[in-house]
Write a protein that binds this ligand. Structure first.
Ligand code: FFO
Ligand code: ATP
Length: 233
């Protein structure tokens, strides 16, 4: 009957409207949860950046020296010829003693430069005593781009990553640019044998029990501090 059809149509319309309202609420709640998660990560970044900045010059010098000793002793790194490091800033454990040592044993050292065209991506370029340097947008020293000295990821033996905090499951919180997340995601397309050993470098006070994770985060297999090699494999 015509009347019944109208009733059925209006019921269907109401149900559809309710469904749209529900999905709008769900989307709103998801957005709110994501906004909360971003806020938590932002706060954690501040906390851990402040912690590492609170270390005295002497504590920093000692930590960097002990980090080098760990590197020298660990068989994991024996035979590594091409090593990606980074130039420390903002209270990060100082990588320069390790870089000096690697140069002294004729290893090649590569450091990140911000990709000139692909926003959010890094290139790893050879760094030596004679490399012309400049400051990037974040005020971090980096080699001037020289494509002939850029090393493809498959030619790296060890890739050391900076981090702001790490947890007992190997989750890594970085500076918030997603640079190393994208680099690590790129490794997944490579043959296992061609992948470098990925190792986060940190002060011990950058360890926390659990970090909130995002879908794009890639856990670290190792973190090296001045006292310990954490293995999360
Ligand atoms: N030593 C070192 N080099 C590195 C990194 C790092 O963590 N350490 N990166 C690791 O990915 C990349 C740079 N990533 C960075 C991301 C954000 C900020 C930063 O200071 N952000 C400001 C606000 C941003 C802005 O000024 O636009 C802030 O948080 O206050 C710095 C570096 C490449 N080189
Ligand atoms: N593999 C990826 N592909 C595309 N975008 C990504 C990838 N990984 C992270 N991002 C984006 O990068 C942004 C920052 O990510 P996140 O906050 O996890 O950075 P981070 O790990 O703290 O920084 P970094 O790796 O530079 O030290 C996010 O908005 C995220 O969407």
């Amino acid at each position: 009957m015509a009347v019944d059809k109208v009733t059925a149509d209006s019921k269907a319309k109401k149900a559809k409207k309710a469904k749209i309202r529900r999905s709008e609420t769900d989307a709103f709640e998801t957005d709110a949860l994501e906004a909360d998660a971003l806020e938590v990560r932002k706060r954690l970044r501040k906390t851990f950046r402040d912690k590492r900045l609170s270390l005295s010059r002497e504590q920093q010098t000692q930590a960097a020296q002990k980090l080098l000793e760990q590197f020298q002793q660990l068989t994991l790194f024996h035979g590594a010829q091409n090593v990606a490091l980074y130039l420390s800033f903002n209270g990060e454990i100082n990588t320069q003693p390790l870089i000096d040592y690697l140069w002294s044993i004729k290893c090649r050292v590569f450091v990140p430069i911000l990709h000139p065209f692909c926003k959010g991506h890094l290139l790893f370029q050879e760094f030596s005593q004679h490399t012309p340097m400049h400051k990037n947008n974040f005020g971090i020293s980096q080699p001037k781009l020289d494509v002939q000295r850029v090393c493809p990821l498959e030619n790296l033996h060890v890739l050391f990553t900076p981090l702001v905090a790490f947890d007992l499951a190997g989750n890594r919180l970085g500076m918030g640019g997603g640079f190393y997340d994208r680099t690590l995601a790129g490794l997944a397309n490579m043959e296992k044998n061609d992948q470098p050993i990925v190792v986060g470098l940190a002060h011990d006070l950058q360890l926390t029990s659990t970090l909130p994770t995002a879908t794009w985060d890639i856990g670290l297999p190792y973190v090296l501090t001045s006292n310990k090699l954490y293995c999360f494999l």
